[in-house]
Design a protein around this ligand. Sequence first.
Ligand SMILES: Cc1cc2nc3c(=O)[nH]c(=O)nc-3n(C[C@H](O)[C@H](O)[C@H](O)COP(=O)(O)O)c2cc1C
Length: 141
Amino acid sequence: MNDSTLFRIVYDSVCVLPGGHASELQLQDILEVARRFNLESRITGALRCDRVYFLQVLEGPRGPVVSTMARIQRDGRHTRVNIIEAAPLARRDFADWSMALVPDHSATMARLTNPDLLDFRPATGAQAANALRAMLASHRA
Ligand SMILES: Cc1cc2nc3c(=O)[nH]c(=O)nc-3n(C[C@H](O)[C@H](O)[C@H](O)COP(=O)(O)O)c2cc1C
C-alpha cells in the first residue's frame, strides 16, 4: 500500500458547536473550507450532521486522506472523534462530491421509513457509506 492507494476513513463525532448542534451557517462554513481542500487533494466524501453527531466519509489517495483526517481530528468544533474504518477502498462511493452534505431534513425523511436512523451510528464503513448514499438519493428525489 503506498500513498496513492485509494483509501477510506469513516468516523463519527459529537458536535460541540454553540447551541449543541451545527446550524446551517456553521455547516456551510465547514463545507466551504472542506470542499476547497478536498478538491486540491482529490478527496471526495459525504458529511452528515443529525442533532449531536457528525458522520463523515473521506475517500481518496491514502496520504491526503490520512493528513486531512489528522486536521479534522484536531478541530475544536467536535469531540469524541471515533474512527469507524480506515482501510483501502476498491471504488469511490461519492466520486461526484468534493464533500456532499447530507442535510438534517433528509435524515428526517429517512426516519419516516426507518426510525433507527435517528442518531444513526453505523458499525462499519460500508454501512455508513450505503446509508449516506441512500439519504442523499432520497433528498434529491
Ligand atoms: C465535521 C467536520 C468535517 C470537516 N471536513 C473536512 C474535510 O472534509 N476536508 C477538510 O479539508 N477539512 C475539513 N474540516 C475542517 C478541518 O477540520 C480544518 O479546519 C480545515 O481542513 C483547515 O485546516 P486548518 O484548520 O489546519 O487550517 C472539517 C471540520 C469539521 C468540524
